[in-house]
Write a protein that binds this ligand. Sequence first.
Ligand SMILES: Cc1ncc(COP(=O)(O)O)c(C=O)c1O
Length: 204
Amino acid sequence: MLPQDIMLKMAEPIIHHREPEYKAIFQEVREGLRYLFQTKNEVLVFTSSGTGAMEGTVSNLLHSGDKALVVRGGKFGERWEEICRVYGIEVKCIDVEWGEVVDPNVIEESLKEDPAIRAVFTQATETSTGVIHPIREMAEITGRYEETVIVVDAITGIKALDIPMDAWNLDVVVSGSQKALMLPPGLSFVALSEKAWNLVHCSN
Ligand SMILES: Cc1ncc(COP(=O)(O)O)c(C=O)c1O
C-alpha cells in the first residue's frame, strides 16, 4: 500500500528530466539518500528493481573467477548465489537453516581458510524468513581483511532497521524503493565505501 500523498504526487504533471527543476530535486534526493544510508558516500540511483541493483553490484565488484562467500539462509541469499554464478564467480555458500541467523564465527573461519575471498554477500533482513542477520559483527570481521568487502542487501532493511553504513564499516549497501520507503517499485540504490570502490576499479 502506498500512502495517499505519494500517489497524489505521482498524479501531478511530469517534470522534464533535463530541466533545472528536476536537477534541484535530484540534488535533494542525493542528499536525502546519504542521510538515509547514514554515509558520506554517494548513493547511486538505479532505475531498476532491487535485483537489478544486486546484479549491478556483483558485475561491477567482481571478475569471473573471483571468490565470494554467500550467506544462504533464504530465497534472497539464494539470489546472491545465482547472480554470482551467472557472472562466473567462484561461490562458497554458508548454509543457514531457514529461520536461523548466520553465525559470524563461520564467516571468520571461512575467511581464515581462504583469504582470497573478495566479497561476503548477505542480507540485512532475509525477507523470506524474517531473520535479521548480524551485519555489524560480520563487518567487524571483513574489516580485518584488507581485500575483502561485505555486501549487504538491505532492500527490506533500510529504514525498517537502523543501518548506519559508515559507523558499522559496511562496504556495499543495496536498497529499493518499494519496501520500507513506501514508494512505488522501480528505483534501487547502492552505496559503496572507498574499499569497495577500489575493488570496482580493479575489476574494470
Ligand atoms: C531482501 C530482499 N532482497 C531482494 C529483493 C528483490 O527485490 P526486487 O523484487 O525489487 O527485485 C527483495 C524483494 O522482496 C528482498 O526482500
